[in-house]
Design a protein around this ligand. Structure first.
Ligand code: AMP
Ligand code: GLY
Length: 424
């Protein structure tokens, strides 16, 4: 089967490496891919948001299956367009992708179906939002409705900050149309867990849980980023919590989407907070998380392509999704200065990863055959092992062997998880 993967980051690299292991995988194309993915797939410079270009390419090459992973093309209807052209896809249609595309939609869904989440109010008028904020409890959370490159949630500590954020989102429109509606949400506390799941609209099969590290600096300081590293499994996510999430969150969400006529097929990502009142949904994503995928898929022992085909076909079974025991760690190497200003164009030297190790490239391109940096997050050094401690040690050892000028990484990926394992 010839496969087309839409996207071009570390997540797509991990997806492609997992697909390559499938017995049935033939040629793999990646649109647009990147300089590192080019080692594993034929990369063609068609943007992930160029839906017409993607459909035309898929038709011309007669691909048998397409996997759409980034939020933008999913919310734009890339899967609908490919399916209409006769190309079977893994990924939700546009009317299901709205679960990520509109936070107002997902909040209303959770309220209507009794799915635990932070209490919140929706506003479309900045004056009304500002009035409400005068008597709000602080800290409070302000979220833009639409996609905002993961930067649409702002925690504000007082009325002044809140007022400024409302102005930025609703009046100055720093996130464009995404800020036309906003949510003002109760501030929750507790460990955060990412749970990616496969669903065919009938059953939901969670993958191994993971923990992201979103802040730029050690000890969760600095700015929010797209993710500086991940570990799996997440030690806070016990079997008892997993069972509770299945009953109160995962199944109710899939059923709610069916009831709304928006059957979700693909990877549904649950961003959870384990509060004193039980697990609550912080966000849904309509896709694999990045960089969660880079630790989840290396632990998958089943055939990813078979799973994806079953999701598309509505015949997913729980026994199709198996993970090895043990743990994984991904350390992201970024360009110094990310997520603000950084420079690019530096040559990268990569070691040959050993058994149980891998390097997933996110922001790099080929220049005359040489891999050079081209983005903020450049790549992820990943290792799997029998224990989390060992996986972390090996991921850092691998990261140390990767060189490019102005490389930056956090030094504490997985530290909190190790402390949780020790009961601290
Ligand atoms: P989101 O864009 O909704 O994923 O939010 C980004 C990050 O903001 C989350 O990973 C949390 O760390 C934080 N956050 C979002 N909503 C809340 C909330 N209601 N209470 C506390 N923290 C939150
Ligand atoms: N790592 C969080 C996300 O993919 O949105």
């Amino acid at each position: 089967m010839d496969i087309l993967v839409v996207g071009g980051g570390g997540r797509e690299h991990a997806v492609i490496k997992a697909l390559k292991k499938s017995r049935r995988a033939g040629k793999i194309y990646c649109l647009p891919g990147n300089g590192g993915i080019a080692r594993d797939a034929e990369c063609v410079p068609v943007k992930a948001t160029d839906i017409d270009g993607i459909v035309a390419f898929a038709r011309e090459r007669e691909v048998d299956f397409a996997v759409v992973t980034p939020d933008d093309p999913l919310c734009m209807g890339c899967v609908d367009a490919l399916e209409a052209a006769g190309i079977p896809c893994f990924g939700p249609t546009k009317n299901a992708a709205v679960i990520e595309g509109s936070k107002v939609f997902s909040k209303n869904l959770m309220k209507k179906y009794g799915i635990p989440t932070a209490a919140s109010e929706t506003f479309s008028d900045p004056a009304a939002a500002t009035e409400y904020l005068k008597t709000a409890k602080y800290p409070t959370v302000i979220k833009a409705d639409g996609l905002a490159l993961g930067k649409g949630a702002v925690i504000v500590n007082d009325f002044e900050e809140a007022q400024k954020t409302v102005k930025e989102m609703m009046v100055d429109k720093v996130f464009g149309a995404s800020g036309e509606h906003i949510l003002i949400e109760e501030f929750l506390t507790g460990p955060e867990v990412s749970v990616l799941s496969f669903t065919d609209g009938k059953i939901v099969v969670p993958m191994v849980s993971s923990m992201d590290h979103k802040r730029a600096k050690d000890n969760d300081e600095g700015l929010n980023t797209g993710g500086m590293g991940t570990i799996a499994p997440n030690p806070y996510y016990t079997d008892a919590i997993a069972a509770e999430c299945m009953e109160k969150i995962f199944l109710p969400t899939v059923r709610a989407m069916n009831a709304e006529g928006r059957t979700f097929k693909g990877c549904l990502y649950f961003g959870l907070m384990l509060t004193a009142d039980g697990p609550k949904v912080i966000e849904y994503n309509c896709r694999f998380g990045d960089p969660e995928t880079q630790v989840v898929l290396p632990l998958l022992t089943s055939d990813l392509l078979e799973i994806m085909l079953a999701v598309r076909g509505g015949c997913l079974r729980e026994d199709m999704v198996r993970f090895r025991k043990g743990a994984a760690c991904c350390v992201v190497l970024a360009s110094e200065g990310y997520p603000k200003k950084y420079s690019t164009g530096y040559p990268i030297t990569l070691p040959e990863p050993g058994a149980g190790e891998d390097i997933y490239v996110a922001g790099a391109k080929l220049e005359n055959g040489q891999l050079v940096t081209s983005g903020g997050r450049v790549l992820g050094a990943v290792a799997t092992a029998d224990t989390l401690k060992e996986a972390i040690g090996r991921a850092y050892a691998l990261a140390e062997k990767i060189h490019f000028e102005n490389a930056y990484m956090r030094r504490d990926i997985g530290r909190r998880a190790l402390m949780a394992l020790k009961g601290e």
